[in-house]
Design a protein around this ligand. Structure first.
Ligand SMILES: [Zn+2]
Length: 65
């Protein structure tokens, strides 16, 4: 599947604390998720699910169909 213009915008405070992640998929802003383990958002166009996985000193954002 071709995710045209996939983008994750990470919002953080001045103290570098991460607040939220805004997701763009298929050229559209599909929404915002809180910085919380297993939070996810599904793209209404391609059906891809974007999920955040937080581990002890890092996090991943994965995209699955
Ligand atoms: Zn999409």
């Amino acid at each position: 599947m071709d995710h045209k213009k996939l983008d994750y915008r990470i919002n953080f405070r001045e103290n570098s604390q991460i607040i939220s992640i805004e997701i763009t998929c298929c050229d559209k802003h599909i929404g915002e998720i809180r910085y919380k383990d297993r939070e996810s958002k599904q793209c209404p166009d391609c059906g891809a699910v974007h999920t955040i996985k937080i581990q002890h000193n890092h996090f991943h954002i994965t995209c699955s169909e």
